[in-house]
Design a protein around this ligand. Structure first.
Ligand SMILES: NC(=O)c1ccc[n+]([C@@H]2O[C@H](COP(=O)([O-])OP(=O)(O)OC[C@H]3O[C@@H](n4cnc5c(N)ncnc54)[C@H](OP(=O)(O)O)[C@@H]3O)[C@@H](O)[C@H]2O)c1
Length: 268
């Protein structure tokens, strides 16, 4: 938890019911930034609103659903109680073979990790350029820089997030609007339980807490950074692994994902 001052009035945060999004929402609320909280689990959203009376707008939405996404985009463009920070954090992954993957699950992952993020980034970029200011914070992953056999679609969604972010940030800079992409490594959240993977044999020093990622991400967004990689071990891993010769990179990644479990569930 950080008590830093934050330069925003109201933030829309997707996925604030758990993990990194919950830590981001908490940091913002403690820094007197109101939050529009977007996720599926209404009870958890309401619990957040109850902890910060009058400060949290509960917005129940399944970001895999096109109509729900359009509603969130409309909220971003609203002139009443306007938002000046949009955090695209909601996301999930699977581990399993692509050829046998349930296509509906893969499609839902692309809808949430890619389509929702792209649509909400588009809504925010448009309205922030009109207003001459605002910030966007998108959550990618160090996986954006790795091939990931047994996690193919997930890594590809994050490669999209990182590429889109760096390009759009460059377009927005002259308009006084910032787009920051954060690339966490392994972070203790509900992500791995939801994905039915077991990384319990990964040494503790390679894990971050959700609070560490949230603080680094929000500090980066506040300073207008284009990319944030929380943790020295992740900066090193991203650089080294991303630049290994293809055959070695693929073998290492396959071995890591095999160890973590090949069982595929529905990701929720
Ligand atoms: N944990 C890691 O090791 C790690 C590493 C790199 C990147 N990341 C990224 O960090 C982001 C946050 O993940 P996390 O680790 O904090 O996972 P988490 O603890 O499982 O939280 C995921 C959040 O996303 C929301 N969400 C999932 N599907 C949704 C949907 N269809 N519609 C709306 N909201 C949805 C969930 O809310 P509801 O269930 O209430 O809808 C929840 O609040 C993700 O983009 C993930 O890819 C995580």
């Amino acid at each position: 938890m950080s008590s830093s001052k934050r330069p925003w009035t109201r933030a829309l945060v997707t996925g604030p019911t758990a993990g990194i999004g919950a830590a981001i929402a908490e940091d913002l609320l403690l820094a007197e930034v109101d939050v529009v909280a977007v996720a599926r689990d209404e009870a958890r959203l309401q619990a957040l609103a109850d902890r910060f009376p009058g400060r949290v707008e509960v917005f129940v939405a399944d970001l895999a659903d096109a109509a729900a996404r359009a509603g969130v985009a409309e909220r971003i463009r609203a002139t009443e109680a306007p938002v000046d920070l949009v955090v695209n954090n909601a996301g999930f992954g699977f581990v399993g073979t692509f050829a046998t993957a349930d296509l509906d699950g893969e499609r839902a992952m692309v809808d949430v990790n890619v389509i929702a993020l792209m649509e909400l980034t588009h809504a925010a970029a448009g309205v922030f350029v009109e207003r001459g200011g605002g910030a966007i914070l998108n959550v990618s992953s160090v996986a954006a820089h790795l091939v990931s056999p047994l996690g193919a679609t997930y890594a590809a969604t994050k490669a999209f997030v990182t590429s889109l972010g760096e390009s759009v940030a460059t377009e927005l800079a002259p308009e006084g609007v910032t787009l920051t992409t954060v690339e966490p490594g392994l972070t203790r959240t509900e992500f791995h339980t939801r994905a039915s993977v077991d990384y319990s044999d990964v040494p503790a020093r390679l894990w971050s807490t959700a609070e560490q990622v949230a603080t680094a991400a929000l500090n980066g967004a506040a300073s207008g950074a284009v990319t944030v990689v929380p943790g020295a071990h992740n900066k090193l891993g991203r650089g080294v692994l991303g630049n290994l010769p293809g055959p070695i990179r693929r073998r290492l990644s396959l071995a890591a994902n095999r160890r973590s479990g090949e069982e595929r569930r529905d990701g929720r």
